[in-house]
Design a protein around this ligand. Sequence first.
Ligand SMILES: Cc1ncc(COP(=O)(O)O)c(C=O)c1O
Length: 413
Amino acid sequence: MVTPWIHRYAQRTQRMTSSTIREILKVTQHPEIISFAGGMPAPELFPVDEIGEAAEIVLEQWGPQALQYGLTEGYPPLREMIVRHMARYGIVVTIDEILITSGSQQALDLIGKVLINPGDLVLTENPTYLGALQAFTMYGADYTTVPLDEDGIVVERLEDALRAGPKFMYLLPNFQNPTGVSISAPHRDTIVRLSDRYGIPIIEDDPYGQLRYEGAHIKPFVVLDSEYRQCGREGGYTGNVIYLSTFSKTLAPGLRLGWIVAPREVILRLVQAKQGTDLHSSTFDQYLAYEVGHGGFIDRHVQRIREVYRQRRDVMLAALERAFPDRSCGVRWTRPMGGLFLWVILPEWMDSTDLLKEAIGEKVAFVPGGPFHAAGGGANTMRLNFSNATEAKIAEGIERLGRVVSRHIEQHR
Ligand SMILES: Cc1ncc(COP(=O)(O)O)c(C=O)c1O
């Protein structure tokens, strides 16, 4: 007898939804379509030669070890390298406070596994990163959300949401996915104090912090928190923040390598959770990342990525000015100082999912903004990615999209 699988799935799978947008976006693989939909880095910038050379060195010098099972916590020299990297951003930790993960996405899943009981409230920005919602929802999270403005999360609204007693706040400090906005320095200070007052931890997801194209670096929450409570040196970091970052945007996402910084007691729990998930992240990839990175290559490479993405962002912003209806028609967009995305807000009555179908007819694609909103709403928004298309394609694609948006507004009138 063949089992009726439908009766075997765990209850939590009922919260897994297949997205209609994903179905529509499948066609964006077609070479004629200019897609601003994905969140992918530019493949022409991947350091293929350097990774190739590193792979040879790793196999020659460390072959058997690099192909063997490893520590769940991660390859110690890679963690040492991350300690040095983080120290430059003011994050003073030891390797005992670092766990290597299979991308930041796994970090989000492990955090869900360790912290979320079914029915727990999680505080998120509205909109927020869809992959985090997917990870947390699987563990039964419900959400309380706080809106964003150009200074990031609206702190005046935060306290009300904290009073609802969320398990943690999930915040994206720099060039947020999907909107591209960052949380300002004064707001970060306020949030660290509120986190302390209410005893509610911060999950700081920072994949884009290094991809800043203008303006000064702003201290991450984990630094502000350790300064606030004067921890972080000999005693290790013992504060309220779990910090996540990744090699996906600075080296290559296919390596699937990220890391978590957290108080040791939390790392211990996350390590136990990771053991049940994948034992450890790929040993070979960790050796590779160390071999490529330890001499300072990643820093030089990031400079190049910044130059290319800054120009692409500028081309997209200039094209939007030229081709899109303006504020007088109720259309506006963010001007991110870094990262991979910008965010367009259309007139209230417009539905960007309808617009996407027409846009695909014009051979251009984007991601409708609705699903990024944990509490619903945002049907009139869209995310545009500027890292994954050439400048010429960006200009042409925004021209096409502008025509679709203008046509909609004309028809409405
Ligand atoms: C905010 C945010 N967090 C986490 C991730 C996951 O990144 P990865 O698993 O490749 O490190 C992404 C990917 O785009 C992201 O935008």
